[in-house]
Design a protein around this ligand. Structure first.
Ligand code: OOG
Ligand code: MG
Length: 254
């Protein structure tokens, strides 16, 4: 019952762009219950007609773990309404205190029906792209425990993916940059993402199968941020460049 209530509170917080207090500690929510809450809150989105288009990994880099004070890999769900078209724009209004971070996206080539390894995961992927993830914690002051952030679908809010590219032979040492209106805000390297962004795909295969879900052909995987996240405001054009993969951008409107 309490799990359902928390899921509803978090879903409404996202719908109304209104922050809520953390709830996990007070209700002794375990990590597996937090994933149940996440699942329940996604079912509200599905009931409104949204569709699952992929998954995101979080806290796959030290920079992010340190910024947020959380030290465990997490995963969340991406739906179709979260997508911002490449080189498009989004209003800031649906969000509470949005932040952006530079990422790499993968496109799944066939259903992931087993736990993958770094060696065989390429068979399951058809392309990669530079990506921007927008995170927007539904908790006050963007602060949370591990269970709270998992329950809140890992702060997932929006994402923007550039042109799909052939996966380069080496994807584990590409420089990554995020600019705001042409000014460098964050610089990192794809090796910050679990030493190899493909490792995020391996981890997702394990976590999703454990949870009894199958990542499907055509879905998107966001491997996790390479750097800390930055707050955005109206008027900012966010651009992420990944060495060899090109760039992707969007503008933040009123
Ligand atoms: C949680 C989401 C973390 C990443 O790429 O590490 C994440 C948060 O920082 O609010 O998306
Ligand atoms: Mg992220």
């Amino acid at each position: 019952m309490i799990l359902k209530q928390i899921a509803k509170t978090l879903d409404e917080a996202a719908l109304n762009a209104q922050a809520v207090p953390q709830m996990a500690a007070q209700n002794n929510i375990t990590l597996s219950q937090a994933y149940e809450i996440q699942h329940l809150s996604i079912s509200h989105r599905l009931a409104r007609g949204e569709e699952i288009v992929g998954y995101k990994l979080g806290f796959t880099s030290k920079a992010k773990m340190e910024q947020m004070g959380v030290h465990d890999l997490i995963w969340g769900v991406l739906t179709d309404t979260m997508e911002i078209p490449a080189n498009g724009h989004t209003s800031i209004h649906p969000f509470i205190h949005p932040r952006v971070e530079p990422e790499i996206a993968f496109k799944v080539a066939k259903d992931i029906d087993k736990v993958l390894t770094l060696e065989n995961c390429l068979e399951y992927l058809e392309a990669c792209a530079p990506a921007i993830e927008m995170i927007d914690s539904r908790y006050e002051n963007f602060q949370f425990s591990l269970a709270d952030v998992v329950a809140d679908n890992c702060s997932s809010a929006a994402f923007c993916v550039g042109d799909w590219q052939k996966i380069p032979e080496k994807i584990d040492n590409l420089s990554m940059e995020m600019d705001f209106n042409g000014v460098l805000k964050q610089k990192g390297n794809s090796n910050a993402i679990l030493e190899n962004p493909l490792q995020s795909v391996v981890e997702l295969s394990r976590l999703s199968l454990q949870a009894g879900m199958e990542v499907q052909k055509g879905q998107i995987i966001l491997a996790g941020a390479a750097t800390q996240a930055e707050y955005i405001e109206v008027g900012i054009e966010v651009e992420v460049k990944v060495e060899g993969l090109g760039l992707v951008s969007f503008r933040v409107d009123k």
